[in-house]
Design a protein. Structure first.
Length: 515
């Protein structure tokens, strides 16, 4: 009888393994096929990821130095497929499917329920928000993957550490794995760095309170240390984001729900906006129910306001990313809360609830194929046009070109990694080596203004060349000379996003100058 039970358990594990393997392959295929709707890299920073991967593939280092894991994993996939653009798409697809798998592992660790965990897997695979995340935010997606894996590993670690029968080698291995996943999550993106610390704090909170109960005489000291650590952590986070991410300062606003009212979210995410607007109240409702019914692991309720913080500015880029991040992080938490609310000994839990989940799983699998429709290549920058613009530009290897964001990455990618910046350099560059692709003004206009003011030397007449009706290639000193003699209204209008005119913050300039 025992042998039969063991055999049954083993066969169930095999079936589960192949179910997950096939499901993972299915989601990866769907995501990759979605990204293949465009032959070019996907999203606003598509060529930047491809450029980083190409640099890693050809030179062994990143074009723009970074510790973020996503670039190296894109590079690894590029090495396998020998094509940076394909490599970036492959990692985007793999990491997107990996989030579904990580959600399954986390839910299974928390609940031990296979059908519920599979529902989390397919709910993530059918998610419009997660589907679109890999187009524009690969580093965010990579960080979320490692963050959820870290949460699953942390959950398993909290189970086996108190067990005396568990082998020390297993505990050491799981501790090392948990630490590695924490490091990968922290290095992948600033947002997942913060969430990693928040998750660690929440998980360690029950241990902190057990210490309080055990050592009553040290209560005051422990509380004071806890407050000091909390204040120090808040101060560190504030200084870190103020120095390294100025955009974070614009990420706060007074609550304005539902999210459907925010135009920028509707334009960027479409159906994903509806998804985020639904998950937020559902998660808060589930948290309130757990609190009232005194469900298990109530300390996890602290994660709810951290994930769905009500004061994000949904019109800002950072606020939008934070709400996108909330979807994959909120799915396992929402399902776990609802699972813990439902009594285990009632008929609904034993028969009807699993049957309903099976139906929902099937519907989610079908919905996964519809995620192909969420990506429209027309929303990407006109990369084919940018390639046409840079095709006939042939500057010396040690020259530096200034062009707007997107176009600068295409130039560097297409021109054997020649430098092109979308900001003004603060380091010294020889006058004859610094060039610009100016936008929105004709070659004839620049020549007329410079000649009317006798500001263009005879030797400089060949240093201005029209590329097409939109772009002009000229030396940077001539561009600055032209702006200084142009009518003030026109010159002011030309200092826009398409014509970089500012120096980037110190932390970026230092990295670039060291290179």
């Amino acid at each position: 009888m025992m042998e039969r039970k063991c055999s049954l358990k083993k066969s169930r594990r095999v079936v589960l393994f192949f179910t997950l393997l096939i499901s993972f392959a299915l989601v990866t295929g769907v995501r990759f096929f979605m990204l293949q709707k465009s032959p070019e890299p996907n999203g606003l920073d598509g060529y930047f990821y491809a450029l980083q991967a190409k640099s890693l593939l050809e030179t062994g280092h990143l074009e723009n130095p970074s510790f973020q894991c996503g670039y190296f994993l894109c590079g690894a996939c590029s090495f396998i497929f020998r094509n940076p653009i394909v490599g970036v798409k492959v990692w985007s697809a793999l990491s997107s499917a990996g989030i579904s798998l990580a959600i399954f592992l986390l839910l299974y660790s928390l609940t031990g329920k296979i059908i519920l965990s599979l529902f989390g897997f397919f709910l993530a695979s059918a998610s419009p928000t997660i589907s679109l995340m890999g187009i524009n935010y690969i580093n965010n997606q990579t960080g979320i993957l490692f963050l959820i894996l870290y949460a699953a590993s942390l959950s398993e670690l909290s189970k086996i550490l108190p067990e005396k029968n568990c082998k020390p080698a297993s505990k050491i291995f799981l501790c090392a794995l948990t630490l590695c996943l924490f490091v990968f999550s922290a290095l992948s993106h600033k947002l997942t760095l913060v969430f990693s610390f928040v998750l660690s704090f929440v998980v360690l909170l029950p241990i902190f309170f057990r210490i309080l109960k055990k050592y009553r005489t040290l209560n005051l000291i422990v509380w004071l240390c806890g407050i000091l650590i909390f204040l120090a952590g808040g101060f560190f986070a504030f200084k870190f984001f103020r120095l390294h991410s100025p955009r974070f300062a614009n990420a706060f606003a007074l609550p304005s729900l539902p999210a459907l009212s925010h135009k920028s979210m509707q334009n960027a995410l479409g159906l994903g906006t509806v998804e985020m607007s639904v998950y937020a109240p559902l998660l808060y409702l589930a948290a309130i129910c757990v609190l009232i019914l005194k469900g298990p692991k109530r300390h996890l309720l602290l994660l709810v306001p951290a994930i769905y913080f009500p004061f994000w500015n949904l019109e800002s880029d950072m606020g939008l990313r934070l709400w996108m991040t909330a979807v994959p992080l909120g799915i396992p938490l929402l399902l776990y809360f609802f699972s813990s609310i439902l009594p285990a000994d009632v008929k609904l839990s034993k028969k009807i609830f699993p049957a309903v989940l099976c139906v929902l799983n099937f519907l989610s699998v079908i919905a996964t194929f519809f995620t192909l429709r969420f990506y429209d290549p027309k929303t990407d920058p006109p990369y084919l046009y940018y390639k046409k613009v840079v095709r006939d530009i042939d500057l010396e290897k040690d020259s530096l070109l200034i062009a707007h964001l997107g176009l600068n990455h295409v130039y560097t990618y297409e021109k054997d990694l020649k430098d092109c910046l979308n900001w003004l350099p603060n380091f010294d560059v020889a006058k004859e080596k610094l060039w610009r692709l100016a936008y929105g003004v004709s070659e004839r206009r620049i020549r007329d203004v410079l000649e009317s003011c006798n500001a263009m030397p005879e030797t400089a007449k060949d240093l201005i060349r029209g590329i097409d009706q939109n772009y002009v290639l000229l030396r940077e000193d001539l561009w600055q000379e032209y702006l200084s003699h142009e009518e003030s209204d026109i010159a002011e209008a030309l200092c826009n996003w398409y014509n970089p005119h500012e120096v980037r913050p110190d932390y970026i300039r230092k990295i670039k100058s060291k290179k």
